[in-house]
Design a protein around this ligand. Structure first.
Ligand code: NAP
Length: 238
């Protein structure tokens, strides 16, 4: 039970990678809150995960300031502090070259994947600073480190997220605070299928397969590790 008595919030915890990370944390003893936009998906994830321990869910669109305020109040009233924040929620947008990239989709993707991460992280920092061993885990992507054709706003937003990761790690290093980013690598989820419709999902690792690095970064085993990039694939149990 590496996460006994830890509290964790996972954005986009209703599906895919976020849902698996939530289940892994609960199984390792953490109290967990998951958030996302769709209430029905949140409810079914909560029902399934609660077989293993304590999990709560709250509807929150991370770009909606009132939703972010409600979520922050919920965490504050429930725990009075936060130990682990996993910034996982994000959207793909479209796969398109820049010349054809729709401007409204560009704005939406930057808003969710970059602005939303900033709004939520800023709002939760006071609660994270009340933890003895706070850890922020930012879920990035290979195209958040190297730009590639047709990844448009998704890639640009993830580069921005990596900047936020480095800025926070630098600003908070005197507070025993860990801020790291994780590249999941190709993983069997809805977003991956949208990005690669012709790929056979069965050839990919599942979200459960890639959870070990998220456990490491949430637990005290990663004490002192900050401002780093982790490849989830390197942590898959053989
Ligand atoms: N799967 C891969 O191969 C892969 C590879 C590299 C990086 N990643 C990264 O891994 C993370 C998880 O991806 P995934 O593949 O698990 O995606 P997914 O299956 O599409 O799940 C995304 C989650 O984010 C939530 N979400 C989306 N927009 C939101 C918003 N505005 N506010 C709150 N929640 C929101 C979704 O729920 P609602 O729609 O109900 O809000 C859902 O729970 C993402 O950051 C992604 O960029 C994935």
């Amino acid at each position: 039970m590496k996460l006994k008595s830890k509290t964790a919030l996972i954005t986009g915890g209703s599906k895919g990678i976020g849902r698996s990370v939530a289940e892994a944390y609960v199984k390792d003893g953490a109290s967990v809150i998951i958030c996302a936009r769709s209430e029905s998906a949140l409810n079914s994830a909560k029902d399934e995960i609660s077989r293993f321990g304590e999990v709560d869910s709250i509807q929150c669109d991370i770009v909606n300031k009132q939703d972010v305020k409600n979520l922050t109040n919920f965490v504050s009233q429930k725990w009075g502090k936060l130990d682990i924040l996993v910034n996982n929620a994000s959207i793909l947008g479209v796969r398109s070259t820049i010349i054809d990239y729709p401007e409204d989709v560009w704005a939406d993707v930057i808003n969710v994947n970059l602005n939303g991460q900033f709004y939520l992280t800023k709002a939760l920092l006071p609660l994270l600073l009340k933890s003895e061993q706070p850890s922020i885990i930012n879920v990035n992507s290979a195209v958040g480190y190297v730009g590639k054709a047709t990844w448009g706003a998704y890639s640009a937003s993830k580069f921005g997220m990596e900047a936020l990761n480095q800025i926070l790690a630098d600003e908070l290093q005197t507070h025993n605070f860990r801020v790291n980013s994780v590249n999941p690598g190709a993983t069997r989820t809805k977003m991956r299928a949208e990005a690669y419709p012709d790929e056979d999902p069965q050839t990919l690792p599942t979200p459960d397969d890639i959870s070990p690095v998220f456990l490491y970064l949430a637990s005290d085993e990663s004490q002192g590790v900050t401002g780093k990039v982790f490849e989830a694939r390197d942590w898959i149990r053989k």
